[in-house]
Design a protein around this ligand. Structure first.
Ligand SMILES: [Mg+2]
Length: 198
């Protein structure tokens, strides 16, 4: 499964949920699929998706949102793996991380990460997260559905191919604009509640 194929499913599945997205190729490719108000692209802040998602999940504790979703890469998660023990220890009910794992730094010439020898799903499980594994589009959708309705920190480990989609434009949007857009959407969603997509 290519990254952009996984992103097409994730975009559809998270249409009504906050989605915090890691930088570079993942943000660019998701924005090329669809650029929506519920997408918070964490541009140039590699490693902070888990931290931001944890905070937002705590903020959404009393809302009707089923989960707050963070979309990470293996290189980015390895930059700040502390999010795993922190999430496991605090255990926000609505914390959900999806890891797109191709075992390389996809935006810097596919230099290998540690993920070919360090199993990030096992690391999350050891820290107390409920973990699912997906290696194709069907298992991505079925494990997503299972973890969306599992209370406590959940972690969907998605194996993807090395390589980036061709001809994707750079995401040259002011981060302040992105933040304001997402903040307005999230605040309204907390007040309105949210329906769980099918
Ligand atoms: Mg990677």
């Amino acid at each position: 499964m290519r990254r952009i194929e996984a992103l097409q499913h994730i975009n559809e599945l998270t249409a009504e949920l906050p989605l915090v997205v890691t930088c570079a190729a993942t943000s660019r490719e998701l924005a090329s699929v669809e650029n929506r108000d519920n997408h918070f692209y964490v541009l140039d802040a590699m490693g902070l998706v888990g931290s931001i998602t944890t905070g937002l999940a705590l903020a959404a504790r009393d809302s009707a949102l089923p989960k707050v979703v963070g979309l990470e890469g293996d290189g980015s998660l390895l930059m700040n793996p502390n999010v795993l023990p922190t999430g496991g220890f605090i255990a926000p009910e609505k914390l959900f991380i999806i890891l797109l794992d191709n075992q390389v730094y996809g935006s810097t010439a596919s230099i290998p990460t540690y993920a070919d020898r360090v199993d990030l799903g096992s690391l999350a499980g050891a820290a107390g997260w409920t973990v699912g594994l997906a290696d194709d589009e069907a298992s991505l959708r079925s494990e997503y559905a299972r973890l969306l309705t599992t209370a406590g920190p959940t972690f969907l480990h998605v194996k993807i191919e090395v390589g980036n989609a061709a001809d994707i434009p750079k995401l040259l949007v002011d981060p302040v604009t992105l933040t304001n857009r997402f903040q307005a959407w999230f605040t309204a969603r907390l007040e309105q509640g949210a329906e769980v997509p099918e």
